[in-house]
Design a protein around this ligand. Structure first.
Ligand code: KG4
Ligand code: ZN
Length: 356
């Protein structure tokens, strides 16, 4: 089934062509990241304008690279949500126009489910598995059995990727935080700082805002000699990231050690909860998706700990970890093969769409 995938949920504009569920013929991604950097985060208006400017060219390039003609397409899969409404609308409107013009059926795809589906490109999908989703806007654990998805837990405050972004920002490392923290952590001592593990009523929920505040206190102590109390991983309060980042640069040793300690704490929590969820649901497969799944420390730690418990962990190939349209096409094909009703031209973009 020749499928066109379209992804415009945030700051990327992407189109991909898949021949069946496992063969990627093209996957073109145009990112507006550089335009958001001066603002320290994604500016929704800039993101949606970029999608609008890029979508036509990205679509034509995806077809050109795959040597597929528009009339060859058999399915169009588009991100319906969650995401930024302006960006989502660009993809949804473009997909509807193509579907109408080419008389090709339309599949509405949940971006979060697509992140997990990216793990299974070229792999057999197990009967049951636990999904760990770690992106810039979402963090959750879910249980998958055939077509059914049950949420086990999610973050009660910041998402994992958001925590990387905020901690990088308050140490003046720039945006996005994940890749730069990962790189900086390589030169640091992960035992230099210790963080208290947050406690949740639901053991599969996450919380990352406390560790962000704890990092801020350490940064302030270092900068201004403030006497912080005990560094706590459970406190949540509004913090001034701009103010913290605007001050003089921090010593390199401090930044490297903090990056390593922060990353190590987040990875430990993710590994512990994910394996507890796998044990609780008695599954032998775990799929990890979302931008943070590109992180090598997470890949190694989860891979190692899971192997010791006889659990297989699947990660997407690194280029498929970040937002891209190949994962959207893949999920669209899965839905189509499972007999899910095709979307109509009334399809609406849903910024708050949930996984289950
Ligand atoms: O899935 P994604 O591309 O977009 C959303 O759907 O949100 O995830 C983006 C997030 C950002 O917060 C970014 O800092 C994080 O993924 N990220 C990483 C890494 N690469 C991207 N976090 C940790 N380590 C990385 N190597
Ligand atoms: Zn994403």
């Amino acid at each position: 089934m020749l499928t066109l995938g379209i992804e415009t949920s945030c700051d990327e504009t992407s189109c991909a062509v898949l021949d069946g569920k496992d063969r990627i013929l093209s996957n073109v991604v145009s990112s507006s990241l550089a335009r958001h950097r001066p603002f320290g985060g994604v500016v929704p208006e800039i993101a949606s304008r970029h999608c609008l400017e890029q979508i036509g060219a990205v679509y034509r390039e995806a077809l050109r690279r795959s040597s597929v003609r528009p009339s060859d397409l058999e399915l169009i899969a588009v991100t319906q949500g969650p995401g930024l409404i302006g960006s989502l609308l660009v993809g949804v409107c473009f997909a509807k126009a193509l579907s109408y013009g080419l008389r090709v059926p339309l599949a509405a795809v949940n971006h979060l489910e697509a992140h997990l589906a990216a793990c299974f490109i070229g792999e057999k999908v197990p009967e049951t598995f636990v999904g760990l989703l770690v992106s810039g806007g979402h963090t959750s654990l879910s249980y998958h059995r055939g077509r059914r998805i049950r949420m086990l837990g999610s973050t009660v405050d910041d998402a994992a990727g958001e925590a990387f972004d905020k901690v990088a920002k308050l140490m003046g490392l720039g945006y996005p935080g994940g890749p730069v923290i990962e790189k900086t952590a390589l030169r640091g001592d992960r035992k230099a700082f210790r963080f208290t593990k947050p406690k949740q009523d639901n053991r599969f929920d996450f919380s990352f805002s406390g560790i962000k505040t704890a990092v801020l206190y350490e940064v302030q102590k270092h900068r201004f000699g403030l006497r912080g109390g005990k560094v706590s991983g459970t406190r949540t309060e509004k913090i001034d990231l701009h103010g913290a980042a605007a001050a003089a640069p921090l010593p390199e040793r401090f930044v490297c050690d903090m990056a390593a300690s922060f990353q190590s704490a987040v990875v430990d929590w993710l590994v512990e909860k994910t394996l507890a969820a796998a044990e609780f649901k008695r599954v032998s497969d775990v799929a990890v998706g979302g931008g943070v799944s590109a992180n090598q420390a997470l890949r190694h730690a989860l891979g190692r700990s899971a192997q010791a418990k006889g659990v297989r962990v699947l990660f997407p190939q690194r280029p498929l970890a970040l937002d891209n349209a190949a994962m959207i096409a893949r999920r669209g094909i899965e839905l189509c093969m499972a007999g899910r009703k095709k979307a109509s031209l009334r399809l609406a973009a849903l910024p708050n769409l949930k996984m289950a």
